[in-house]
Design a protein around this ligand. Sequence first.
Ligand code: NDP
Length: 243
Amino acid sequence: MKFTDQKVIITGGTRGLGRAASLAFLGEGARVQATYRGNEEAAEELRSLAGENAERLTLTRCDVSQEDQVNAFWEEIGDQPVSVLINNAGIRRDALLPLMGIADWQSVIDTNLTGGFLMSRGAVKNMLGQRYGRILFVTSPAGRVGFQGQTNYGASKAGQIGLTRSLCKEVASRGITVNCVSPGFIATELLDDLPEDLIREYKKSVPARRFGKPEEVAAALLFLASSDAAYINGTTLEVAGGI
Ligand code: NDP
């Protein structure tokens, strides 16, 4: 039980990778606060999956792209010490660049990048006094290698890595680490709209020849969020089957 008595905040913690992370941290004794944008049904489903650990689970509706909602979120946290923030909430709105509308560009940047900035700002203020903290971003190979149709998503994910590299230097002396986990193709609802032929092509491009499981990403998050990872700072751990 590596996280007993630790408060862990996971944005987008109710579905997909975030849900697996919420369950994994609950399994290690953490008090988990999982946020989501609007899907109440998925949030309640997580509560039932958590079983008896649900008494350590808080579900909070908070759109990370909205500054007023994020500020209200941290006001409610107040002086409760937060040990871990996982910036996991993310969306895709794919289109080739000449066809990409500003709304699709902006919503992806606002959620994936600005949302991570806003949540991290609250977390750093909370963690500085404790001289301890773990901030993690769930980024993507899209930010490093890039994929067609994902200029918005790739820019947001590369931005998360740049934010991580800078922020870790601001807070390292206070016992706070900031790192990224970069999952490859993981079977979640985020990929539901991909056509079958593209899924086959993507699978062939993965040396492991399969998509990953949300639990395999959660395992990396558990490690980087633990006190064992105290000297790992500003890095990106790829969980991508060799991509
Ligand atoms: P899902 O679509 O399965 O889940 C997304 C979660 O994020 C939901 O809980 C959703 O809430 C929440 N969310 C979305 N927008 C917001 C917002 N504005 N404010 C708060 N919460 C929000 O996605 P995945 O689990 O697949 O992805 C999680 C992260 O992993 C993302 O950052 C994604 O970019 C990254 N990633 C995913 C990969 C994959 O192959 N699946 C690969 C690499 C990276 P609600 O249920 O209310 O909509």
